[in-house]
Design a protein around this ligand. Sequence first.
Ligand SMILES: Nc1ncnc2c1ncn2[C@@H]1O[C@H](COP(=O)(O)OP(=O)(O)OP(=O)(O)O)[C@@H](O)[C@H]1O
Length: 226
Amino acid sequence: MPDRSSPSVSLPDDLGYLVIEGVIGAGKTTLAQLLTEAVDGRIVLEQFKENPFLERFYENKDRWAFQTELTFLASRFKQQKDLGARDLFHRIVVSDYAFDKNRIFAHQTLSGDELQLFETLYSIMEPNVPTPDLIVYLQSSPERLMENIRKRDRSYERSMDPAYIQSLHEAYDHYFRTYRKTPLLIVNAAEIDFVEHEKDLEVLLHHIANADLDGTTYVDPVVERS
Ligand SMILES: Nc1ncnc2c1ncn2[C@@H]1O[C@H](COP(=O)(O)OP(=O)(O)OP(=O)(O)O)[C@@H](O)[C@H]1O
């Protein structure tokens, strides 16, 4: 984690709720922690370890996808609803997931009546969760995602199928290419490391502080670093 010389930044008043998104292994949690430190904010992390179905899901996706998705949906809804009630208007909140993430996954893992039921529940819940002021999408490559997943070596991700990462990568890309709901920063994250290269973080902080709050901005820290 960052030491005392880590960069800090002040954000415009209309940036109260920042969300980091990206495929499994993109580096969301690390960036959310660095960003929280830089803006002296409050972090909200996804509680994936509390999903009792996740290990079984990785052993047999067809059998356990429905339970896995509904458990994530319920727990994230509860966390986001509480977030709206208590924190949102006091300190800058930084989260390592967007509520929409559930839907991206569900469209990969569910089908038929199960997907339909998921959609019904999602559409009831979605209007009741706070909308981010900015989403930062870490757009990596399937190769780099697999490398990160291998390096961190979580037991249930050891037999991660590269085809699953590839299809999530495509689904995320498609989702954010057509995303218009909130301002969006798409960061080329395939060759960056916010921990190793402080400059990468500085470039991103600069863009966040000066984000065009009406649309999509593309950021390539590798180009801007040099
Ligand atoms: N809706 C979902 N359906 C299936 N699996 C999910 C879902 N949401 C999260 N997961 C699983 O939970 C674990 C955590 O994933 P997630 O991408 O949220 O965090 P992460 O891998 O720690 O991300 P990062 O490395 O970017 O911080 C992964 O194994 C992922 O597959």
